[in-house]
Ligand binder design. Structure first.
Ligand SMILES: *Cc1c(COP(=O)(O)O)cnc(C)c1O
Length: 360
């Protein structure tokens, strides 16, 4: 068996320890005589799995008691509709458009009401986070929406926008559990888990209880009502049971690693190795304004499409996978999520140095 260094933006690298444990438990989960994949989501043994996963997540993020944790399906993209359907009481919301995912959410919200673009960084190909300290947010907006870490462009909100008292909704798909977070500043935090937590198929929604109401937009499908899932503790219908089990293992792994402040330290160390190199390199350049750089997704270019392609090809041959940038941006992107070991980044930078020497 040989494992590559996987720099994919998602689905992405998971802790090897977690994968090994899951493999060991594949045929017989803790004496149950069956795989977690095969067991009833209403069984006692599964109930323990999902409850422990929630408890560990609450502990890691220090989630206040007046927030619900929901394990849902449909990916982050389904939340683009679910959020307005559940939260747009006045049919108005402000969106900060900092990339493709934020734009998709904004466009989806327009189906349901008056979605206002309060700020955008489209003018700079989303290479920065706009100043959000004094935005024109409509008085009657139901919420302010951000994509906190922009997976494709490699930017991250280092300070949250001034929502002027409005509820903040954040897509944290690609920075989930990468650093400590003050949950009480948000109304809704959500993310698909396949970037930094687990296998595709689970989306976690952390939502303040007062935002969970019967009063959804007319025509909202039952399955898209937060209240239905909150009342049933994520067991209204069959949840993505196996995926939640793996997420639970990753939560325990993060706890063992020292929790979110240790994760932040680990992630800052890794990101610095790569950014410091990009800042000194004559060949490779980062594409993002320095103060807005993501700890998780690091896009870079050589300035030549041919050299970019050559780099991606040679890197792959050397065991560094999925470094090609998003199809909308080109160049390269190294996603260095929680489970990417520091050696992975060190070896990548050594490889980049060597490539620069040979192609500079
Ligand atoms: C990947 C991603 C999405 C889309 O996730 P799906 O689960 O595929 O719907 C949305 N937002 C962000 C920030 C992402 O990185």
């Amino acid at each position: 068996m040989s494992r590559v260094y996987n720099f994919s933006a998602g689905p992405a690298v998971l802790p090897e320890e977690v994968l090994k444990e899951a493999a060991e438990e594949m045929l017989d989960y803790k004496g149950s005589g069956m795989s977690v994949m095969e067991m009833s989501h209403r069984s006692k043994v599964y109930d323990t799995i999902i409850k422990e996963a929630e408890a560990d997540l609450r502990e890691l993020m220090n989630i206040p008691d007046n927030y619900k944790v929901l394990f849902l399906q449909g990916g982050a993209s389904q939340q683009f509709a679910m959020i307005p359907m559940n939260l747009m009481k006045n049919r108005k919301a402000a969106y900060i458009v900092t990339g493709q995912w934020a734009k998709k959410a904004y466009q989806e919200a327009k189906i349901y009401g008056d979605a206002v673009e309060a700020a955008s960084s489209a003018d700079g190909t989303f290479s920065y986070i706009p100043d959000c300290s004094d935005l024109a947010i409509p008085e009657d907006a139901d919420y302010v929406y951000i994509c906190e870490n922009n997976t494709i462009y490699g930017t991250k909100f280092k300070t949250l926008p001034n929502t002027k008292g409005h509820t903040l909704v954040a897509d944290v798909s690609s920075c989930f559990l990468s650093e400590p977070v003050d949950v009480s500043k948000y109304g809704v935090i959500y993310g698909g888990v396949q970037k930094n937590i687990g296998p595709a198929g689970v989306v976690i929604v952390i939502i303040r209880e007062d935002l969970i109401t019967e009063d959804t937009l007319p025509g909202t499908p039952t399955m898209l009502k937060y209240k239905i899932h909150a009342d049933a503790q994520s067991l209204y219908n069959t949840p993505p049971a196996y995926g939640i089990y793996i997420c639970g293992k990753v939560f325990k792994w993060i706890k063992k690693m020292g929790g979110l402040s240790a994760m932040k330290e680990h992630n800052e160390k890794k990101a610095a190795i790569l950014y410091d190199f990009l800042d000194e390199s004559k060949l490779f350049k980062g594409t993002v304004r320095k103060e807005d750089r993501s700890l998780m997704n690091v896009p870079f270019v050589t300035g030549s499409e041919e050299l970019d392609a050559k780099f991606v090809k040679e890197a792959k041959e050397a065991g560094f996978e999925n470094l090609k940038g998003h199809r909308s941006v080109g160049g390269m992107r190294a996603s260095i999520y929680n489970a990417m070991p520091i050696e992975g980044v060190e070896k990548l930078v050594a490889f980049m140095r060597e490539f620069e020497k040979n192609n500079g």
